[in-house]
Design a protein around this ligand. Structure first.
Ligand code: SF4
Ligand code: SF4
Length: 263
């Protein structure tokens, strides 16, 4: 019976829609999911929408406008389990570079008529505004991790994705470490797992698109990069590239910030 199924909603804030596409990428599993939940609100997938309350809300994107500040509070009030997914929702995303810029000047550079837009000078994650129940990182998030969290919530199991580093995934795949073997700077040491060590598998360093793992000790990794010969300005840039709002990565950037400005 349709009205007895848990009600799922998927919302978009400031973002590129890629996280929602990860849900659609579930393909066959999406049909199984749709058979056990009522997809009440998911405008990227279906035209019909139904108002809350919802049992589960997945939220893509960061908060960048005054309207979004109010909207996320309304969603929270109408939702049992609120789950930000993707690095925009969990860490403010790449658009959080604005947090460290002259916002008015950035607006003038981007828009011919900046006065036509109502925007905040910051891009912030969902947890900066309301309590969240779980988080799923990644740009975009891993569809299997999305399914794992949804399944656990649906069966009433306490869920928390383990916060391992990408290095764990390299070890599981038998990758030869690109830092150790080839001297390539890699952020996998401090980055949340979930991608299957995609970049190191193809002999590239990780650039941190899954956001930081818990307590990553980024300062030590930054020092290791310096030993490899990476210039301070490049260390600062790379540690802030994808999730500049993430304090955990900033601890790595801060070690070389002064030298970066002097060089
Ligand atoms: S290649 Fe990168 S992610 Fe893989 S083990 Fe080495 S440092 Fe870790
Ligand atoms: S290795 Fe790093 S940059 Fe590459 S996909 Fe994985 S988390 Fe993203």
């Amino acid at each position: 019976m349709e009205d007895q199924k848990p009600r799922l909603a998927v919302f978009k804030f400031s973002s590129c829609d890629g996280c929602q596409l990860s849900i659609l990428d579930l393909e066959e599993e999406l049909l199984s999911l749709a058979s056990v939940v009522d997809i009440a609100y998911f405008v990227e997938a279906r035209r019909a929408t139904a108002p809350g309350p919802y049992d589960i809300a997945l939220v893509e994107g960061s908060v960048t406008t005054p309207e979004e500040v109010e909207r996320i509070k309304e969603i929270r009030a109408n939702t049992r389990f609120l789950i930000p997914f993707g690095v925009c929702a969990t860490w403010g995303g790449v658009q959080a570079h604005r947090n460290f810029m002259n916002f008015d000047e950035a607006m003038r550079r981007v828009y011919p008529h900046p006065e036509a837009y109502s925007a905040l000078s910051t891009s912030t994650p969902i947890w900066d505004h309301v309590k969240v129940d779980y988080m799923i990182q990644g740009c975009p998030p891993n569809r299997h991790q999305i399914l794992e969290v949804l399944t656990n919530v649906l069966v009433g199991k306490k869920t928390a994705l383990a916060s391992n580093s990408v290095c764990y995934e390299c070890k599981r795949k038998g990758n030869i470490c690109v830092i150790v073997a080839r001297g390539i700077p890699c952020l996998g040491v401090v980055t949340h797992d979930g991608c299957g060590a995609l970049c190191p598998t193809y002999d590239r360093g990780c650039y941190g698109c899954f956001g930081p793992m818990d307590d990553p000790k980024a300062a030590s990794t930054a020092r290791q990069w310096w030993v490899l010969g990476v210039k301070p300005a490049d260390i600062v840039r790379d540690f802030r590239r994808i999730t500049p709002y993430a304090e955990a990565y900033n601890k790595g950037a801060e070690v070389y910030e002064r030298e970066a400005h002097q060089s």
